[in-house]
Every structure is written in structure tokens, then in C-alpha cells.
Design a protein around this ligand. Structure first.
Ligand code: ATP
Length: 230
């Protein structure tokens, strides 16, 4: 169980998150919903170790893990698919995947299994990451996180700028991961899609959790109000 408690996050003097609380159980998908600048990316970065936070504000199975580095969180099974993909541009797709597999944990998600799940990636293996389309890069970015075999996969706007067909492919890949028991924390601009793809949702407004609940029974009106801050 990943537990976030009284989590504050700062950029210098600017405070971006205020006392955020959230628990993520193995195998569940939680959607973070909120307008631009609400603090969704900051929350994912704080969990992934990209941002310093107090040790006790982040706990994995009762152990305080806040403030650890990204590498340490990855070793514990927490992986981030950052907004904007951030593959190593001069490396090939295969090299990007190999590097991740080497740095991550051992598990059922091997490079071979990812290629079996998404045969389209096989033809791209020898291409440099820069030669891929945005959609292809996004699939590789998710594949790269999967081969680290995380217990918790943090996805930041993985469907941004993609065609509807590719978005479906992205969510198919995430569904496979969920079936394996991977927990997913999802930031998705499309609120309707976010609710369809998640078990629970959490609305964040100006760095604070203002609404949460079960996605299937979410009151769309209340979520829209929380989203727009009216
Ligand atoms: P978006 O949907 O635009 O990505 P978000 O909900 O992910 O929004 P964050 O990116 O987490 O929001 O930003 C939360 C707040 O922190 C915003 O006010 C933003 O301006 C500020 N912020 C984000 N990154 C930095 C940074 N590197 N330095 C200073 N302030 C930052």
C-alpha cells in the first residue's frame, strides 16, 4: 500500500501542494483530476522522487520513503511516465528499453513480453527515438516503464496530443498492466476518459484535494465544479 499523508511540496518559496492525503492499493487505478497548474504533475513527481518532500509524507507498506531519489523509488517499484515522454533521443528504441530493463526490477514484464503485447513496436526497435512519431514515442515511454516491473506506475498525461486510435492503444497497454496487479496513478486531461479508466478519482485544486470518490459513481457535475474551481 502506498500512502500519502500531509504532503506539502515546494518550488523554492512557492508552495504547490498543501497537506495532500491519498492511498493507493495494489492493483487499483486512481485518476488525478484538476485544471492546469492544480498540482497533479507535482504530486506525481513528489511520489517518484523527482521532488524533495518530508520522509513521513510518503509511506510504502508503513515505511517512510519521502525524499528518496528517483533511482531509489524505482528500485522500490515506483515508476513515472513523465509528461512529454523524455526518451533518450540518440538511443534506439531497443536501447531505451534495455537501459530501463537493466535499471528496473525483475518481473514478468520483459522486453519480449512488451513486444508480444504490442507487435507494432517490434518494427521500431532499431530506430532512434527521435525518428518516431509522438504516438510511437508515447507507447515506447510506457513500454519503458513497464519493463521496470513497477508495483506503482505513475502516468502523466500519456494521451496528450495523440490520435484517438493511439489513445486506445495506450489504454489497452495500461489495462494489461492492471490485469497483472500493477497499481496506476493517472493524470488525464480528458475527465470522462479519466473516470472510465480508473477505479477512484481525486480532484485537486490549487494544491489541495477538494473531492474524491469511486469513478463509476462519480457525480459529473460535482467533478466539473471541483475541476473548474467554481
Ligand atoms: P498541468 O495540467 O498544467 O500540467 P498540473 O496540475 O500538473 O498542471 P503542476 O505542473 O503540478 O500542475 O504545477 C503546480 C503549480 O506549481 C503551478 O502553479 C506551477 O506554476 C508551479 N510549478 C510547477 N513546476 C514548477 C517549477 N519547476 N518551478 C516553479 N513552480 C512550478
Amino acid at each position: 500500500m502506498l500512502r500519502i499523508e500531509s504532503l506539502d511540496a515546494h518550488y523554492g518559496l512557492f508552495q504547490a501542494l498543501f497537506g495532500v492525503a491519498l492511498a493507493v492499493a495494489p492493483g487499483e487505478t486512481v485518476a488525478l483530476i484538476g485544471s492546469n497548474g492544480a498540482g497533479k504533475t507535482t504530486l506525481l513527481r513528489a511520489i517518484a522522487g523527482a521532488l524533495r518532500v518530508r520522509p513521513e509524507s510518503l509511506q510504502l507498506d508503513g515505511e517512510p520513503i519521502g525524499g528518496a531519489t528517483e533511482r531509489e523509488q524505482l528500485a522500490r517499484g515506483i515508476a513515472l511516465v513523465p509528461e512529454g515522454r523524455r526518451l533518450f533521443p540518440s538511443l534506439t528504441v531497443h536501447e531505451n528499453l534495455q537501459l530501463a530493463a537493466t535499471n528496473g526490477r525483475r518481473g514478468s514484464w520483459t522486453i519480449e513480453r512488451v513486444l508480444e503485447s504490442f507487435p507494432g513496436l517490434r518494427a521500431l526497435l532499431s530506430r532512434p527515438a527521435t525518428a518516431l512519431s509522438g504516438g510511437q514515442q508515447q507507447l515506447v515511454a510506457i513500454a519503458r516503464a513497464l519493463v521496470c516491473n513497477p508495483a506503482f506506475l505513475l502516468c502523466d498525461e500519456v494521451s496528450l496530443g495523440l490520435s484517438p486510435l493511439v489513445i486506445d492503444e495506450v489504454y489497452q497497454l495500461l489495462a494489461l498492466a492492471r490485469r497483472d496487479g500493477m497499481a496506476i496513478v493517472l493524470v488525464e486531461q480528458n475527465v470522462r476518459r479519466a473516470l472510465v479508466e480508473s477505479d477512484r478519482y481525486v480532484c485537486i485544486q490549487k494544491g489541495r484535494v477538494v473531492l474524491e470518490g469511486i469513478s463509476a459513481s462519480a457525480d459529473r457535475h460535482a467533478v466539473a465544479q471541483a475541476y473548474f474551481g467554481v
